[in-house]
Unconditional design. Structure first.
Lengths: 385, 542, 417
């Protein structure tokens, strides 16, 4: 039986209590535990969230919400993980456009009712758009109406999709002695991205994260450091401004196993009232092709022209994507949700730092030039320490 | 890296109309090593509705812009009494589209299976969870989902858009859809990862399909209510009322009137889409609006600024308030010619009713059928394939009251499970006449009773036998609900669940032939009889 | 000859309070299952416990030596029902347990358990109304054995079940009384001589059994802060792996609506969220958490990290669904638990608050450090007397405790590791 310790770390740049962190802030955490090992997949970010509109607490009529598929993950625009000091000091990953990635991971692996689980509810996830409104309202007591008091901020505890939380089964725990201390930094999302709804139209909806801390679990160091294999991603953004887009990506990643793509209209990405993280339809998709090294003859040898074929491949491109349990169905797609394209690489890992990956898209939507789409390409990468 | 290739069917004309149900494919000699477990039959289909048939005497002329949420229904029997009743059962596997299948190579038959539809449907009901069927976008019917209040779900035969940009709306469109039948859900040999055509040479896969049982359909048109309140000075309560399939009458739901509120709770709750054909009317004596048919031309979030009101010519019905508003714009004007306003109240709501094409003008087309395979140019495939297959035996028994069925059957060598279906008239889901009312059964193997008491149908002993049999079949059970999912499932329909009347028997493996004794006892007073099919699961190799 | 034979055994003793099975064969696979049924003129089993609400205690004995046991098993199995994914509870466990866990949407887009199997009169353990108890979930020693040798290693093997005859523990509606039917034991008898011989070579094993201790926290006055540090002796000098804390409101009648027939939420199995609750555990004079657990989000995440998936309703572990109040028509109407017919929030809000953590050490001294504040007290439904956040609490602590069996000279020695 192993002696477990629960650690809790405040931000190294913690603000004075009661103020909280808000949009554009950076939060740094240093993880150090001499003589101990970080247990795989045990890092959590905890805190409370206060959302206000025009400087006042939300009311029942406030149409201000967070993306229900990702909950509190939506407050974090990006993460950076590094081994800050020690024998193996290095930057491990830079996770840009992080909330959208989390949304895609959710859509490909969860049916909407899967949210009935302690770990997902603790992340303020919900089953419907409206849930994103309810979870950020203040919490009240169980007493009947007259005496109920709503004086508690909603709390969250997310499991960020960092490489340390995406260690492949069989990986050894991380030894602080052998490798060094860890620094995890996160940049908070702008309020216009993290929050949406008609109540945000005046631009006064804001959020703050309070009592933020990072928790993790450690076990005694046994003096050995086995291999650690971790999943991560590299990110590229492109656009589609006409009925055809040809994207050629040289990706800074050496062990890529798949590419997953999501879409949002350019106007909605900066909209105050629309969900910037929505996995919107690529309108009237006509054809889709992938290529490696400028050739179309590898892997999928035909043009994908069936929408559900494209969606199914998109689901399977994501690690953990489940064709038999996901939210990528026509109901969701018509509501501008659950639309993912992509391809896996047939179980192989490819060094895309030295060759190009091509994406060819055609649409029948003639107004694309008036309402361009942004393409978010995530290349699933593996690291070995 | 392997390749994914598409092999056309041998039926060059791709004509699968009427009763043309034969499909075949060739895996050519020396064409590579196939991963059958990741290969599937792809059926490209389209289901569309002719909007001209949606007109009524009050309607405007259709402009061809409507898009309907069409679907397929599967009539397991071509005529009553089950054709309609089973129309909206959700098949747990697309293999229901295959009646008989055979795979033959240069070394002889690999696998021959009759009544694939019957076997796989009753087998896979235990292997697909409800959520798996909802996620299965390459299926035939997607189950009823959570479009708020409607009980409907959007099917993959159209690309419907429920919310779009105001200035640049995206039109909905009917689309071709690809139904997939994984080879491993047709053939047990379909689980093989390396099928080498340099060893087995030219291989033919021949399927007798059930296309004649697949018909274009539409959802019942039941749209319960939505909740829209008018602006303060012009109260308007837009409601969709429950109605039967465009019979002309409307029936209000009593619950609808008690839950008026004006919030939409997210895009996925919107029961409308761009291109949807609806009929708008109001029965209020003073502010009557004659029913008019129109098409929704735009759906977008209300920005709180645009001057949109219910009584402006050419404009839509904005829903004020602070939350979740959408604007619906119609083609046309619906002012009362006398007062110039449209007013709906709680008692006389503005009615928006989905208008459907007549069933006779729904059309289906099966465009092409291909075999999509994962293939590598070379590989070190084993020279001998070990797999399993089913041997089918059909039996009929006379229909009579209180009949107790007693039969003996042969169990071939190397058999580890038997699946027994009871169907009527060659059906699939249907149990034999009266066999929904099987009370209990007893099984002997070589004269030894497998239990010291009768097995109560659908009881826990029965389920335990199913679990053991599925284990022997190499499956991981995902559901023991023991029922077929109904398309229009709702809390009101909960009692109408259609049970899977399948008996499964785990058989001790033996190299000798064994004897199965089966005794089925119906519920007292039930007229019992029909057809019984045994699917015997045996080891095989080639 | 087949190597295994499925056998359905009747109990050798059965009464309304107790049943006993005896296994007379040479060896059995350890996947023993018991079919349980309670017949009644109507109503459902407890939504939280399902058919397992019938079980008070269960023991596994050989030659009179207790190999393993589970006391107050109905409460433990309530958590085991919860300790699954939503999907598995709907598709697989619902028909085994007849609980109301596993939540689905309906056309109103609220969450609830659908198509529940009710009890019925004159049913038996063979009926559809019966549930299945996998003994390995309740007697974990069975997880360490593939084959139980009852010929030489564990002779005279007996399974003894004591029942709860209090309907409050079996059902959510007390209108129709239940009668527990005679159960059936499903097992696979091992016929292979070589397998029986191999299983006879067992000389010992270790496993984590489930033990429980409990403490009562008195009621708290409105606006007052209650802080209790309570020593718990039940785990002293034991190797403890994982722990679970469950709260129950006392007296049990408090968990019913006015009239005392219809339960509120999950009835006696409610584990209510408390107001401004702070929990910590001092083990061997060291706190487990650097600061007491007080945020529901962190509690739920640690519970999941310790025990795996926990199938909780949205807002089941927080005390309100947003700004909605008990006794007032809800404004949040979708993505929430099924509203009451009046349109008010569900009584299941805040009833699924559990605390779990990994102990992973030998306990010499265990203290519960517990505090809460009493909110302004008013009955949850306005007229009943249940003040979920003021009433007295029975706190039960379950722990996985390491035990061992040694077999020496034909004698079975059971001790703590």
């Amino acid at each position: 039986m192993t002696d477990i310790i629960y650690h809790s770390v405040k931000a190294s740049n913690d603000l004075s209590s009661g103020v909280g962190f808000s949009e554009f802030n950076t939060i740094d955490f240093n993880l150090v535990a001499a003589g101990r090992k970080l247990m795989v997949n045990s890092i959590r970010l905890c805190g409370q969230v206060s959302v206000q509109s025009a400087g006042a607490d939300l009311t029942a009529a406030s149409d201000v919400k967070i993306d229900h598929k990702i909950g509190a993950h939506g407050f974090f625009e990006s993460f950076q993980c590094e081994i800050s000091q020690g024998p193996k000091a290095q930057v491990l990953e830079n996770l840009a456009s992080y909330p959208r990635f989390v949304s895609m991971a959710d859509c490909v692996s969860r049916n909407e009712i899967d949210v009935c689980d302690a770990s997902l509810l603790s992340e303020l996830r919900g089953a419907t758009d409206a849930s994103g409104m309810t979870v950020i309202q203040n919490v009240g007591t169980l007493s009947a109406s007259a005496s109920a008091v709503h004086d508690a901020l909603p709390s969250f505890a997310i499991k960020p999709m960092l490489c340390f939380n995406r260690m492949v089964s069989g990986s050894d725990n991380y030894s602080f002695n052998a490798n060094g201390s860890i620094r995890i930094s996160c940049n908070l999302a702008r309020s216009a991205h993290a929050l949406y709804g008609q109540g945000c139209s005046d631009g006064t909806a804001t959020y703050s994260l309070q009592n933020v801390r990072l928790t993790y679990v450690s076990i005694p160091d046994d003096g050995k450091q086995g291999k650690m294999m971790m999943d991560s991603y590299a990110f590229i953004k492109s656009n589609m401004i006409s009925t055809q887009a040809n994207v050629q990506a040289r990706v800074p990643a050496r062990a890529v196993s798949a590419c997953s793509i999501s879409v949002v209209s350019q106007s909605n990405e900066t909209s105050l009232t629309n969900n910037s993280y929505a996995l919107e339809q690529l309108p009237q998709l006509d054809e889709l092709n992938f290529s490696f090294q400028d050739t179309l003859t590898n892997y999928i040898t035909y043009t994908i022209d069936d929408l559900q074929d494209a969606i199914t491949r998109g689901v399977k491109s994501f690690p953990g994507g489940d064709a038999l349990n996901n939210s990528c169905n026509p109901n969701q797609q018509s509501a501008q949700r659950g639309y993912i394209l992509g391809t896996d690489f047939d179980g192989q890992v490819i060094d895309l730092s030295g060759q190009k990956f091509g994406l060819n898209l055609k649409s029948l939507f003639n107004n694309m030039n008036n309402d361009p789409r942004l393409l978010f390409l995530y290349f699933h990468n593996q690291m070995i320490l | 890296m392997d390749s994914i290739v598409r092999i056309s069917s041998n039926q060059a004309t791709n004509d699968f109309s009427g009763n043309k149900n034969n499909v075949s494919f060739n895996l050519d000699s020396n064409s590579g090593v196939y991963d059958l477990s990741q290969s599937y039959v792809a059926i490209n289909v389209r289901v569309s509705g002719n909007e001209d048939s949606a007109l009524t005497t009050t309607g405007a002329v259709g402009d061809g812009s409507s898009v309907f949420n069409t679907m397929f229904q599967f009539n397991e029997l071509p005529s009553a009494p089950r054709a309609a009743a089973n129309a909206f059962l959700v098949p747990p596997t697309t293999a229901i589209l295959v009646r008989n299948a055979q795979m033959v190579c240069s070394k002889g038959p690999v696998e021959v299976l009759n009544r694939v539809d019957q076997l796989r449907t009753n087998e896979y009901v235990f292997m697909k969870s409800k959520q798996a069927l909802e996620s299965h976008s390459n299926g035939i019917i997607l189950p009823s989902s959570r479009r708020r209040d409607t009980g409907n779900s959007l099917q993959p035969y159209s690309e419907l858009v429920s919310v779009s940009d105001k200035a640049n709306p995206v039109a909905s469109q009917a689309k071709d859809h690809e139904i997939r039948i994984p080879l491993k859900e047709i053939f047990n040999v379909g689980n093989q990862k390396m099928y080498d055509t340099s060893i087995y040479q030219n291989t033919k896969i021949a399927l007798r399909m059930n296309f004649d049982l697949l018909s274009a359909a539409q959802q019942g048109g039941v749209m319960e209510t939505t909740r829209f309140l008018g602006i303060a000075t012009n109260p308007f309560n837009g409601e969709l009322r429950a109605h039967t399939n465009d019979s002309g009458g409307t029936v209000a739901l009593s619950t609808a009137l008690s839950e008026n509120f004006y919030n939409l709770f997210g895009n996925e709750t919107i029961p409308y889409w761009i291109g949807q054909k609806i009929t708008v009317s109001c029965a209020d004596a003073t502010h009557a609006v004659a029913a008019k048919i129109t098409t929704i031309t735009a759906l977008y979030p209300y920005d709180g600024v645009s001057d949109v009101g219910p009584y402006e010519a050419g404009k839509g019905f904005a829903v004020p308030g602070n939350r979740g508003r959408i604007v619906i714009e119609f083609d046309g004007v619906y002012d009362n010619p006398t007062t110039g306003t449209i007013v709906g109240t709680n008692a006389d709501p503005l009615i928006m009713k989905e208008t459907l094409p007549g069933t006779t003008t729904l059309t289906r087309s099966l465009n092409k059928i291909e075999l999509v395979c994962k293939r590598s140019a070379s590989g070190s495939a084993p020279a001998k394939l070990d797999y399993t297959k089913f041997i089918t035996e059909e039996d009929t028994f006379p229909v009579s009251a209180n009949a107790v069925l007693q039969r003996y059957y042969s169990i071939p060598p190397n058999c580890d499970a038997i699946v027994i279906t009871m169907v009527k008239g060659g059906g699939i889901f249907t149990a034999a006449a009266g066999s929904e009312a099987v009370k209990e059964y007893r099984v002997t193997i070589n004269g030894d009773d497998i239990s010291n008491r009768p097995i109560t149908m659908h009881g826990q002993l029965h389920k335990n036998l199913i679990a053991q049999s599925l284990n022997n079949l190499g499956h991981q059970q995902q559901s023991n609900l023991n029922e077929f999912l109904q398309f229009n499932f709702s809390t009101a329909n909960a009692s109408a669940l259609h049970k899977a009347n399948t008996i499964m028997i785990p058989v001790p493996l033996s190299a000798q032939t064994q004897q199965l004794g089966l005794e089925i006892v119906p519920v007292n007073g039930v007229t019992f009889g029909g057809q019984l099919t045994l699917f015997k699961h045996v080891m095989a190799s080639i | 000859m087949s190597l295994l034979k499925t056998v359905y055994l009747d109990p050798e003793l059965h009464s309304v309070s107790k049943s006993e099975f005896r296994l007379h064969g040479r060896a059995y696979l350890s996947d023993l299952k018991i079919l349980l049924n309670a017949s009644s003129a109507g109503n459902l089993y407890s939504e939280a416990a399902g058919v397992y609400g019938c079980i008070r205690h269960i023991r596994l004995l050989s030659n009179g030596v207790e190999l393993d046991s589970c006391r107050f098993a109905n409460y433990w199995m309530t958590f085991k029902n919860l300790n699954n994914s939503n999907k598995d509870n709907i598709n697989l466990r619902r028909k085994l347990t007849h609980s109301g866990l596993g939540y689905e949407f309906d056309e109103k887009m609220t969450f609830g358990a659908r198509a529940l199997q009710g009890q019925a009169a004159t049913t038996t353990a063979e009926s559809e109304t019966a549930g299945v108890l996998y003994l390995s979930e309740i007697l974990p020693v069975l997880n360490e054995l593939v084959i139980i040798n009852t010929e030489s290693v564990f002779p005279n093997l007996r399974i003894v079940i004591e029942y709860n005859n209090d309907d409050k523990l079996q059902k959510d509606n007390l209108t129709n009384a239940s009668t527990i039917s005679e159960p059936i034991l499903m097992c696979s008898e091992v016929l292979s001589d070589s397998d029986v011989a191999a299983s006879a070579k067992l000389d010992g094993l270790q496993w984590d059994t489930i033990e429980v201790d409990q403490v009562i926290i008195p009621a708290v006055i409105a606006t007052a802060t209650q802080h209790v540090i309570q020593k718990i002796n039940g785990f002293d000098n034991k190797l403890v792996s994982r722990m679970l804390l469950v709260k129950q409101t006392l007296p049990l009648t408090k968990n019913y609506l006015t009239g005392g027939i219809e339960s509120l939420g999950y009835g006696v199995y409610n584990s209510f969220v408390q107001y401004k609750e702070k929990i910590n555990f001092n083990i061997n004079s060291k706190p487990v958490f650097q600061t007491p657990l007080e945020e529901q989000g962190q509690k739920a995440q640690i519970l999941h990290d310790t025990w795996g998936k926990c199938n909780i309703l949205p807002y089941g572990n927080v005390s309100s669904q947003g700004l909605d109040k008990q006794g007032v028509v809800a404004t949040n109407k979708v993505g929430v638990p099924d509203l009451q017919p009046s349109g008010q929030p569900s009584y299941k809000i805040g009833t699924q608050d559990f605390v779990g953590f990994a102990c992973s050490k030998r306990v010499n001294n265990f203290e519960l450090d517990y505090s809460r504040v009493g909110p302004t007290d008013a009955g949850m439904d306005g007229s009943n007397t249940l003040k979920a956040q003021n009433d007295s609490l029975m706190i039960r602590l379950y722990a996985e405790v390491r035990k061992q069996i040694e077999i020496k000279n034909g004698k079975i020695l059971v001790s703590y590791a």
